[in-house]
Write a protein that binds this ligand. Structure first.
Ligand code: DC
Length: 219
């Protein structure tokens, strides 16, 4: 069967990365986490002690100093394994400062497209179906209620030993929804995207549903 590209968009905490990773594994596709690419740029700027508020400098840093790759499960930037480093509270708190910069996004989108030109990619983010992979054969818009997303994140944090209250997690998700919708305006559901509401679904059910849809698209 020929390979297709699958775009998975949706708000924070809807389960995109968990689902995309499992789906890619089952289909023997490559998983591309575009959020990690914005996180890596944020990490680099902080490491270089550069102001995230200087839009031109952010663009120049991406253009000249950003050598990013996915190596299996690892995320590598300029030869350094930053897989865990980009999930820190500092990155969480700062990444939203840069995500609205238009020219930076355009260059990032070019890099994301390069990673998908051989097909057989499951790419997750906010603007994959609307901008990055407009021609993706399958576009999924993953949603879940705010309460359910907060509940999942809260339990995830607890497992990782990160101390937060449910209320803090919910507040943080609301903030991120606002940024995605009104500041970066990246979160867009296209007309041809299939919405999958995961509020009352198990991970297994969601993966099976999308796999079914993928199978009908690549005949
Ligand atoms: O999905 P995430 O939390 O790793 O994303 C990190 C940040 O990047 C978050 O502010 C949303 C933003 N993002 C984006 O604007 N466009 C994408 N395609 C992916 C992520």
């Amino acid at each position: 069967m020929s390979k297709i590209n699958i775009a998975i968009d949706g708000p924070a905490g809807a389960g995109k990365s968990t689902i995309a990773k499992l789906l890619a594994k089952e289909l023997s596709y490559t998983y591309i986490d575009t959020g990690a690419m914005y996180r890596a740029l944020t990490y680099l700027l902080i490491k270089k002690d550069l102001p995230l508020t200087d839009e031109n400098l952010v663009l120049e840093t991406l253009r000249n100093d950003y050598d990013f790759s996915f190596e299996g499960e690892k995320i590598i930037l300029n030869g350094e394994d930053i897989t865990n480093l980009i999930r820190s509270n500092e990155i969480n708190a700062n990444v939203s400062t840069i995500v609205a910069y238009k020219k930076m996004r355009e260059l990032m989108v070019e890099k994301q497209r390069e990673l998908s030109n051989k097909k057989g990619v499951v790419m997750d983010g906010r603007d994959i179906g609307s901008v990055v992979l407009k021609d993706a054969e399958l576009k999924i818009f993953l949603v879940a209620s705010l309460e359910e997303r907060a509940r999942r994140r809260f339990l995830e944090n607890k497992e990782k030993g990160i101390e937060t209250t449910y209320e803090e997690v919910e507040e943080n998700l609301k903030k991120r929804d606002y940024i995605d919708t009104y500041v970066s305006k990246a979160l867009v559901k296209t007309k041809d995207a299939i919405e999958v509401d995961t509020t009352n679904m198990s991970i297994k059910e969601v993966v099976a549903r999308i796999k079914d849809l993928a199978t009908t698209r690549n005949r």
